[in-house]
Design a protein around this ligand. Structure first.
Ligand code: DAH
Length: 343
C-alpha cells in the first residue's frame, strides 16, 4: 500500500511545480489532473483498496491534492484571461521605439539635387563626363586654342608634362563630349566636380562643383536662355527674384553674359550678402559659338543653342548664407547637421 501514498505524494509535488505558458497549456493541465479521466480521479479510486486505518490519512492527502490542483488552475486562468495566448512578461509593447539618429545630406548634394529637379521639369536630361580630361575637350574644342590668353583665366592642374592630360577646369568639357556623340535636338545639364590650382581661401578652393547646361536645336535664341535662367532663379530662390544679364566674354559663347539675380535677402535694397549692390552673381552663359558647334560636326547654319555654367558652392552659399567655402570640405558634423534631414 506504500506505493499508493508514494504515487499521491509524487503527484502533489508535480502539481506544485507545474507551469503553463498559455491558455492551451492551462487546459491541458486541467484535463491531466482534474479531468473526468484524470490522475486525481484515478488516485481517489485507490481509496477503497486501503485498509481502514490508512483511509483518513489518504483522504486528507487527496483533499490537499485536489485543492492544490484547483488553486494552480485558478492561477493559470487569471494569468491568461486578459491576454488570450500572449505570455505574461515585462515587455511594454506600446512603449515608443528607440530613435536612431539619421544622417543629413550634404548641403552641396541638396542644392545639386534641387538644380537637377528644377531643370528636369523643363526637359533637361542629366549627363556626366570624366574628371580627367584631355586638352582638346577642356580647351581647344571650346574655342581656346593653345596660345589663347583665356587659358590663363583657369589655373590648370596638368597631369602630364606635355600638358595633354589634365583635371578638367570646368564642366563645359562635357558639352563637347555630348555634342560629338549625339545629334540635335539636345537638352542637357552636366553636374560635376572641377579642379583649379588655386590657393584655398574662404572664397576659393582647388576642387569645387559646377552645373553646366546645354540646349541645341533649330532657332534657339537668347530669349530662350533668359527665360530658362529666370525660371531657374525663381524656383531656386523664390518668386520675387529678378534676373539681370551683363555683357561678358567666354571663348565658347557669343554673345556671352554674366548672370545676376536680385538679392533675395534684402530684396535689392542692399545688405552684406550682396555687398550693398542689390545684386548677386550666379553664373556665366551665352549662345554657343558657331565655331564650337563646327568643332563637334554640328551644322552651325542649321542649329543654334545656348549654354550656361553655375557653381554649386556659390549657389549653396547664397541660399544658406554660408560665408566660408572651406566649411563644405571640413566634414564638421556641427556644420553638416544643420541641413535638411536625409529623409
Ligand atoms: N565654364 C565657365 C567657367 O567655368 C562657366 C561658363 C560660362 C559655362 C559661360 C558656360 C557658359 O557654358 O556659356 O567659368
Amino acid at each position: 500500500m506504500e506505493d499508493i501514498f508514494e504515487k499521491a505524494n509524487g503527484t502533489l509535488e508535480e502539481i506544485k511545480i507545474a507551469i503553463a505558458a498559455n491558455a492551451e497549456e492551462a487546459e491541458q493541465f486541467r484535463i491531466k489532473y482534474l479531468g473526468s479521466k484524470g490522475v486525481l480521479k484515478e488516485l481517489f479510486g485507490f481509496m477503497g483498496k486501503l485498509p481502514n486505518e490508512q483511509k483518513k490519512e489518504y483522504g486528507q492527502l487527496m483533499n490537499t491534492l485536489k485543492s492544490t490542483a484547483e488553486q494552480k488552475l485558478e492561477e493559470f486562468k487569471s494569468a491568461f484571461e486578459n491576454s488570450s495566448n500572449v505570455p505574461k512578461h515585462d515587455l511594454d509593447l506600446t512603449a515608443p521605439g528607440y530613435q536612431y539618429p539619421l544622417g543629413t545630406r550634404h548641403p552641396l548634394a541638396i542644392v545639386r539635387n534641387k538644380m537637377i529637379e528644377i531643370f528636369s521639369h523643363v526637359g533637361f536630361q542629366v549627363a556626366e563626363g570624366p574628371e580627367i580630361e584631355d586638352d582638346w575637350h577642356n580647351f581647344t574644342a571650346l574655342n581656346l586654342p593653345e596660345d589663347h590668353p583665356a587659358r590663363d583665366m583657369q589655373d590648370t592642374f596638368f597631369l602630364t608634362d606635355d600638358k595633354k592630360w589634365l583635371l578638367r577646369t570646368h564642366t563645359s568639357s562635357v558639352q563637347i563630349r555630348v555634342m560629338q556623340n549625339q545629334k540635335p535636338p539636345m537638352k542637357y545639364i552636366f553636374p560635376g566636380r572641377v579642379f583649379r590650382n588655386e590657393t584655398i581661401t574662404a572664397r576659393a578652393h582647388c576642387t569645387f562643383h559646377q552645373v553646366e547646361g546645354l540646349y541645341i536645336d533649330e532657332n534657339v535664341s537668347f530669349a530662350d536662355l533668359k527665360q530658362t535662367m529666370f525660371y531657374f532663379a525663381q524656383e531656386m530662390f523664390g518668386r520675387n527674384v529678378e534676373v539681370r544679364f551683363r555683357p561678358s566674354f567666354f571663348p565658347f559663347t557669343e554673345p556671352s553674359a554674366e548672370m545676376d539675380i536680385s538679392c533675395f535677402v534684402c530684396g535689392g535694397s542692399g545688405c552684406p550678402v550682396c555687398k550693398h549692390s542689390g545684386w548677386v552673381e550666379i553664373g556665366g552663359c551665352g549662345m554657343v559659338d558657331p565655331a564650337v558647334l563646327e568643332n563637334c560636326n554640328i551644322d552651325a547654319k542649321k542649329y543654334s543653342g545656348y549654354a550656361f555654367g553655375m557653381g554649386i558652392e556659390r549657389i549653396t552659399m547664397l541660399k544658406y548664407q554660408i560665408n566660408d567655402l572651406r566649411l563644405f570640405f571640413q566634414n564638421d558634423i556641427r556644420f553638416l547637421k544643420q541641413f535638411e534631414s536625409a529623409v
